[in-house]
Design a protein around this ligand. Structure first.
Ligand SMILES: CC(=O)N[C@H]1[C@@H](OP(=O)(O)O)O[C@H](CO)[C@@H](O)[C@@H]1O
Ligand SMILES: [Mg+2]
Length: 544
């Protein structure tokens, strides 16, 4: 990269995308904040992604523009590594440094970062990037700033994947760098998943599924998928942004269902139907159903993890393989799900801090790692050597029933998007397991009963003052907070509660569970008030 090109990065940055006085930080979900402050960050992420591609000797780096389940006025951007993983954590602080570099100091900061990482800026000319974005109205302008970044730094290739789900961007990024994973197009994505699903489910019509698209990108992309999958996935899409008053994530979507513990708008309760909600970028999924009395029952990420994990453990064994399957959860996993995994399924469990990158990483410690956040974000990953061993198995040496299960397992592997949580692929996987087990949603729900739980938000002066340890289950600062929480929890039967700063919103989150709904709510508010008092709460303390 010439001095002239470096100078151009600075000039375009200062003149077209000047940084105003806002501090940005690359967190759990990349950069995420109010869309109208993001312009300079998009430009700088363009520069950063190019640098990241240099690190991988010109492999494709993905960039996704979305704020997922957050309100429509927010937006965000995250960088995807060549194999579809989230960007390596070590680079997050470099991304933060570049994002906050003063106007006119971009070239010098780029040089510093390249030096610290031992990268040659001359290689930028070989950098390749691919980007996608959700349906937010702020996307076109923000994407233009991102592309300005790519152009200013002089990447070799810059591909526009268009309006896509986050998992589609991860999938295509992976395929561009590893064609053995699939064809690097949206069509390749639809075909791979649809073919696997149809082979497993057979020609018959599947059970009725009503899908809440959160008025986001999951709706049109699932609609596209329907052309490939046919009637095996018998889905009707609601909340597809087709009415003029439809607002992204407003009274709908996976986060609404999980947090409010109720059905979204525009869903007519019918017994026997499978209900599914995606979030705004379709990397999270929630299931729910209405029983005979039309009572709502939620089947969240924990229930999905136990369903898929339990099924895979059996399938692998029945196919004649002996593999180590583990489940990764976070502190938000319902205590009943953890007990069920430990006592009934007897599988190893790992607990990590919130955020998919942590779960994904921990899942790699198993031959088959099943990871889900309670909010429905997750997938299954197969260790690459284990997957190869499965694929290379000489099926003729297996018994007839093992051969059948082995063939099924191969299709199941193709159905799963191993790059990242994928609402569509996860929902199809749930449908597969329910059909294989001949289960209704009631049967699935009966595996264990969730402890009543509640999440609250507390506004504080400075959320970084709350520091955590032990996979975010305990606080180490401010002084006295953990002791006060422990004291409160001890009063409640089956009580559990923790406090942690959000990585995506300017709040501190409180989680509580207890034996009954009433006790749980009491505990949640008690801990929220403690947090407000000890951790510098602003405004009114939360009250019931
Ligand atoms: C309690 C909760 O749902 N937290 C979410 C939320 O993170 P916070 O750090 O809690 O704001 O957004 C993350 C990104 O989408 C997601 O991974 C995570 O599970
Ligand atoms: Mg999401």
């Amino acid at each position: 990269m010439s001095d002239a090109a470096l100078k151009r990065c600075d000039e375009v940055g200062s003149s077209k995308h000047p940084l105003k006085d806002v501090k940005f930080s690359y967190g759990t979900a990349g950069f995420r904040t109010k869309a109208n402050t993001l312009d300079p960050i998009m430009y700088r992420v363009g520069l950063m992604a190019a640098l990241r591609s240099v690190k991988f000797k010109g492999q494709y780096i993905g960039v996704m523009v979305t704020a997922s389940h957050n309100p429509v006025c927010d937006n965000g951007v995250k960088i995807v590594d060549p194999y579809g993983d989230m960007m390596e954590e070590k680079w997050e602080s470099y991304a933060t440094t570049l994002a906050n570099a003063p106007n006119g100091e971009l070239a010098a900061t780029l040089q510093d970062i390249a030096k610290a990482l031992d990268l040659n800026l001359e290689d930028i000319s070989k950098a390749k990037v691919i980007y996608g974005y959700d349906t937010r109205p702020s996307c076109p302008e923000l994407v233009a700033s991102l592309v300005d970044g790519f152009n200013a730094i002089g990447v070799e290739v810059c591909k526009d994947l268009g309006v896509v789900t986050t998992p589609q961007l991860h999938f295509v990024t992976r395929c561009l760098n590893d064609p053995s994973y699939g064809e690097a197009t949206l069509e390749g994505y639809y075909r791979k998943i649809a073919e696997a699903f149809k082979k497993i489910q057979g020609p018959g019509k599947g059970p009725e599924v009503v899908l809440d698209g959160a008025n986001g990108v999951g709706a049109p992309r699932t609609n596209d998928f329907k052309k490939y999958v046919g009637k095996a996935f018998n889905v009707t899409i609601v909340n597809d942004a087709s009415h003029k008053d439809d607002v992204l994530n407003d009274s709908c979507g996976a986060d609404f269902v999980k947090v409010q513990q109720k059905a979204p708008n525009n869903v007519t309760p019918t017994h026997g139907v499978h209900y599914v909600s995606f979030d705004g970028d379709a990397d999270r999924v929630m299931y729910y159903f209405f029983d005979k009395d039309m009572k709502f029952h939620m089947l969240d990420g924990d229930k999905i993890a136990t369903l898929i994990g339990g099924y895979l453990a059996e399938l692998v064994k029945d196919a004649g393989h002996s593999l180590n399957l583990g489940v990764v959860q976070t502190a938000y996993a319902n205590g009943s799900s953890t007990a069920y995994l430990e006592n009934e399924m007897k599988v190893p469990i790992a607990c990590t801090p919130t955020g998919v990158k942590h779960l994904h990483h921990a899942a790699k410690d198993f031959d088959i790692g099943v990871y889900f956040e309670a909010n429905g974000h997750g997938t299954v990953i197969f260790d690459s050597k284990v997957e190869k061993k499965i694929r290379d198995t000489d099926a003729s040496k297996l018994s007839a029933s093992q051969q059948e299960k082995h063939a099924l397992l191969l299709n199941v592997i193709d159905l799963i998007n191993q790059t990242v949580g994928d609402a569509l692929s996860d929902a199809l996987m749930v449908e597969v397991v329910l059909k294989q087990k001949n289960w209704t949603c009631e049967d699935w729900d009966a595996c264990y009963t969730d402890l009543p739980n509640r999440q609250l938000k507390v506004s504080v002066k400075d959320r970084t003052a709350v520091q955590v340890t032990n996979a975010e289950r305990q606080t180490t600062a401010p002084a006295g907070l953990q002791e006060a929480v422990d004291e409160a929890v001890a009063k409640y039967s089956k009580g559990r509660s923790f406090v942690r700063p959000s990585g995506t919103e300017d709040v501190v989150r409180v989680y509580a569970e207890a034996e009954t709904r009433e006790l749980c709510d009491q505990l949640a508010y008690e801990v929220a008030q403690i947090t407000h008092r000890i951790a510098g709460g602003i405004g009114e303390a939360p009250s019931q």
